[in-house]
Design a protein around this ligand. Structure first.
Ligand code: ZN
Length: 259
């Protein structure tokens, strides 16, 4: 997970979203008991997954999942517009009671929208643990500012790199927030096998760069430079699993032998 900087909301989302969020709030106020029981809030997927919203999120997320940093293949058929605070229902943990409705009034809030892969979207589902569950905002009349979420927000105030580090391809929580985020999102799941494959590729390129650097053969040194560039560029935010590569190179820096 890396920090995501979102900026201003697409104007179309603000225009249509604010209007329909108001309708959702009015619907809830008219019949809160039913919506707290079983009736789902009529959230409109077409608003939060509009072409404008998806295109903006895909650009700002560098085409990657906001949680696991998997590159989502274009044309982004596998991408999901993710609600950080879940829109339909919420749970403290997998065994916890499903609280209805969810954060419906944030269903179209730019601040609450992220892009994720379908795997992370499915794992996170409606999980949204809080340090103090009693503070959970159950309706638009309550304050989300009183909540202390137990998981990281990729576009929030905390830099994920201060909370999660990587030992090889395995994410490890270095704070309680980091540990809980890994647990809730299953970031250490074996399903994240491509991360290991990617690290093997980076490791091999680094080793080849070092092996070839010492050669007097210009061709070998040229290849060393190419491998070095490949490794150095792998830490850029648009590259897959860049948080893992940053930690790998911190532990295994490339010697500066090519000068
Ligand atoms: Zn993911």
């Amino acid at each position: 997970m890396i920090a995501i900087h979102k900026g201003a909301a697409p104007p179309a989302l603000v225009r249509v979203g604010e209007l329909h969020a108001r309708e959702l709030c009015d619907a809830y106020d008219a019949d809160p008991e039913t919506y707290r029981a079983t009736k789902p809030m009529p959230v409109r997927k077409s608003i939060y997954t509009s072409d404008a919203v998806k295109a903006e999120l895909e650009t700002l997320h560098h085409g990657k999942c906001c949680y696991c940093e998997t590159v989502i293949p274009k044309p982004y058929a596998d991408s999901q517009v993710e609600h950080w605070r879940p829109k339909s229902s919420s749970r403290q943990n997998l065994d916890g009671e499903r609280m209805r409705p969810g954060y419906y009034w944030l269903a179209y809030s730019w601040d609450n929208l992220l892009l994720s892969c379908s795997f992370c979207n499915k794992i996170k589902n409606d999980l949204f643990p809080l340090a103090e569950p009693a503070t959970r905002a159950r309706s638009h009349g309550m304050r989300i500012e009183d909540e202390r979420p137990s998981i990281l927000k990729p576009d929030g105030d905390n830099d994920p790199g201060d909370h999660i580090s990587f030992w090889s391809e395995v994410p490890v929580g270095i704070t309680q927030l980091g540990r809980k985020t890994i647990e809730v999102l299953g970031l250490d799941s074996l399903k994240h096998g491509p991360r290991l494959t990617h690290l093997a590729k980076i490791r091999e390129a680094r080793n080849l760069a070092i092996d070839l650097m010492g050669s007097t053969d210009p061709k070998a040194r040229h290849h060393a430079a190419l491998f070095r560039t490949f490794v150095e560029e792998a830490v850029q935010p648009e590259k897959p699993y860049s948080a893992m590569v940053i930690d790998y190179l911190r532990a295994n820096p490339l010697p500066d032998l090519l000068a």
